[in-house]
Design a protein around this ligand. Structure first.
Ligand SMILES: Nc1nc2c(ncn2[C@@H]2O[C@H](COP(=O)(O)OP(=O)(O)OP(=O)(O)O)[C@@H](O)[C@H]2O)c(=O)[nH]1
Length: 329
């Protein structure tokens, strides 16, 4: 549970907002009902209920987009309702909402929702003077302060989103080739094992190692070696489905993880890749690179270490049998 909160920023924020709403709004809802203000009391308790439903949904499905949007929409509506019913007292609730909506949905969606909500509130206030604001001056102050708060919250959330994405990219990809890194491979292998055990989803794995790669470095220099490695990824991707994932395992070794793969198709695809590399991965002096590939289907009750080990053994055999070869483990 703690790991999910650490890894998923939006899930953590949704949970925090949900908990704050339950703790802060429930007493208000009960108080309003007790004093006969049924509309606000029911609106408060409905918001609490929606927060619980949305948080639960996010935890169960792992999807934070729909629950976040649901929560944001409910709160837009709830805040307008509370302001209409409580007048100036209700306006105080707008300010925390202006900030935490940016933790529920993407910055752009939050900004659009806020503009819509504030416009609705101002329209109602203009149609029924005295209902929300005590004076024109108060309304103008409200417009200026909410606009300034929204703009700063937007800029802050937008910058944070860009930095979070960049951090995630740096932590999960290999900087030279752009392929996913070893750490991501471990996570995705664990996901594959889980899906295979729970739903019987068939998974295949390829372990590729470029042949005699050291000679490229020795003859042309390390930079050319780097270019060959970087050029391999788009070539691989052009022969794979979009759902297939490519990882740099280390040095000139790569892993391809393939979901929904039949055993016969796995070997055929590996042959196609071996052929594609032999034909199109060319060094600056015009010589063709080749690769050896070990393939393995995930077996029932197998852990990912054993699965990877079988592919590694098959690769070892492919190297041993002369390279530029596919061997199934
Ligand atoms: N240019 C470049 N070279 C790398 C990188 N990572 C590893 N290497 C080199 O890859 C070479 C791998 O050499 P070996 O393990 O002997 O393998 P090989 O020459 O491909 O021979 P076989 O695998 O047996 O066919 C070494 O010279 C490493 O220095 C990298 O990021 N860039």
């Amino acid at each position: 549970m703690l790991k999910r909160l650490q890894d998923d920023f939006y899930l953590a924020m949704l949970t925090l907002v949900g908990a704050i709403i339950v703790l802060c709004i429930t007493p208000y809802g009960i108080y309003r009902l007790y004093h006969g203000n049924y509309i606000v009391g029911i609106a408060d308790l409905l918001m609490v209920l929606c927060a619980i439903i949305a948080t639960r949904m996010a935890w169960r499905t792992g999807d934070t987009v729909k629950p976040g949007l649901f929560m944001a929409l409910v709160f837009c509506f709830g805040v307008v309702l509370v302001c209409i019913n409580l007048g100036v007292d209700g306006l105080f609730w707008v300010y925390p909402f202006l900030v935490f909506i940016f933790f529920l949905v993407s910055p752009l969606k939050a900004f659009v929702l806020l503009i819509t909500m504030l416009s609705c509130l101002l329209l109602i206030a203009n149609l029924r003077p005295g209902l929300v604001f005590a004076s024109q001056f108060q309304m103008v102050s409200f417009i200026v302060t909410t606009t300034v708060t929204s703009i700063f919250a937007f800029i802050f959330a937008y910058r944070a989103q860009i930095q979070r994405r960049e951090l995630k990219r740096l932590a999960t990809t290999d900087s030279l080739t752009g392929a996913a890194n070893r750490r991501t491979l471990n996570d995705q292998l664990a996901v594959a094992i889980n899906e295979h055990q729970r739903f019987g989803r068939p998974y295949g794995l390829m372990l590729l190692d470029l042949d005699h790669f050291k000679q490229i470095n020795d003859h042309h220099g390390h930079n050319v070696g780097d270019q060959v490695l970087a050029g391999l990824i788009p070539l691989l991707q052009s022969m794979l489905r979009q759902s297939d994932q490519v990882f740099r395992f280390g040095g000139e070794e790569f892993v391809v993880l393939l979901a929904d793969m039949k055993p016969a198709d796995l070997t055929k695809l590996a042959e196609k890749i071996r052929n594609g590399i032999a034909s199109y991965l060319i060094t600056p002096d015009g010589s063709h690179m080749t690769t050896s590939i070990g393939v393995a289907m995930l077996q029932p009750d197998e852990n990912w270490e054993a699965w990877l080990h079988r592919a590694d053994m098959a690769l070892y055999q492919a190297k041993h049998e002369g390279r530029n070869k596919v061997v199934a483990g």
